[in-house]
Design a protein around this ligand. Structure first.
Ligand code: ZN
Length: 81
């Protein structure tokens, strides 16, 4: 529905935002089902999330920012469940 002219590029950029989860490799254990990512992992800290929100307003980085905010939102929902 969005980005019809360059949907593949938009999809790849948003898919690439999952790489932000590489910061989980710094934690021990790497995966803990009871742990909330938001506020724990370095790229899931509030200052980083603020940067993600700000780059939404920088045109060349807009898709990256949107993807990172969606990622953060989904991680946040995971914390609530
Ligand atoms: Zn994450």
């Amino acid at each position: 529905m969005f980005f019809r002219k360059y949907w593949l590029k938009a999809w790849l950029i948003m898919l690439a935002t999952m790489l932000v989860d590489l910061d989980h490799l710094l934690a021990s254990p790497v995966y803990d089902p009871a742990r909330c990512s938001i506020g724990f992992h370095p790229l899931h800290q509030w200052p980083a999330i603020l940067v993600y929100a700000l780059i939404v307003f920088v045109r060349p980085l807009r898709l990256l920012g949107i993807g990172l905010l969606i990622h953060t939102l989904l991680d946040g929902l995971d914390c609530l469940v």
